[in-house]
Design a protein around this ligand. Structure first.
Ligand SMILES: [Zn+2]
Length: 242
């Protein structure tokens, strides 16, 4: 509807748009990074949980081994009692001596089991302490994750609001820019990290800092059409010229 707008006026409008678009671009980049940050926090939390499970499993298998030793000890006790009760029934000295030897063997086995059990108590205690410690770590990590999650969600809401406000400001400028210029500007914007229109200062493009040849600068001065940087393809203008 404003096809009659001069090139200089179009550039002024595009500069206004660019100010908003730069902010929108930065906000959207922040918005993209927020979930990534949350995902990495969640991963930390999950890793801590996995570590706790590992410790719990280790404790369980140690406990099973411990119970087995206790069972073995009981078996040996019963064997000693049984052998002792058999002593009085034996008729000959030879049988009696043999039974005594058997009892000594059982007792020797038993004392080996008892030594293992003593070590097992220590190992179990250490494993139990490690589980408790990891539980504390997980609880701490969960608290941290949930607190950070809340902060991130709140800041996402704030950023989204800002984008909405800027987008609505943008939509008030857009209708005054001729469609062809607007679509060129937006195409460049998409490919240049949110910076589509830049001033040439001291003969250098403000986007890529490469020299702008004299004939291109002259083209800008003629104000007949939008002029693009030959290196970075951004729309270029001369600040003094506006
Ligand atoms: Zn450039």
């Amino acid at each position: 509807m404003n096809e009659a707008l001069t090139i200089k006026d179009q550039i002024k409008k595009l500069i206004e748009l660019q100010k908003l678009d730069a902010d929108i671009y930065a906000l959207k980049r922040d918005l993209r990074q927020k979930p990534e940050y949350l995902t990495s926090l969640k991963q930390d939390f999950e890793n801590k949980k996995a570590n706790l499970i590992l410790h719990e499993e280790q404790y369980k298998s140690l406990l099973i081994a411990h119970k087995t030793l206790e069972g073995d000890l009981k078996t040996q006790d019963e064997a000693v009692a049984k052998a002792n009760s058999q002593l009085s029934l034996l008729k000959t000295n030879k049988e009696y001596t043999a039974k005594l030897t058997e009892i000594e063997h059982i007792k020797a086995d038993k004392s080996l089991i008892e030594e293992k059990l003593i070590l097992s108590y220590d190992t179990l205690d250490a494993a139990k302490a490690a589980v408790e410690k990891e539980k504390g770590v997980v609880a701490q990590e969960e608290k941290k994750y949930l607190a950070e999650k809340k902060i991130v969600e709140d800041s996402v809401a704030v950023l989204e609001d800002k984008v909405k406000v800027l987008t609505s400001q943008r939509s008030m400028i857009v209708p005054s820019v001729p469609k062809i210029s607007l679509s060129r500007y937006e195409r460049v914007l998409e490919h240049t990290d949110g910076l589509a229109i830049v001033a040439v200062a001291n003969g250098v493009c403000g986007g890529c800092y490469m020299n702008v040849p004299a004939q291109v600068a002259n083209q800008i001065k003629m104000s007949k059409e939008l002029v693009f940087c030959e290196t970075c393809a951004r729309i270029i203008y001369l600040e003094d010229d506006l």
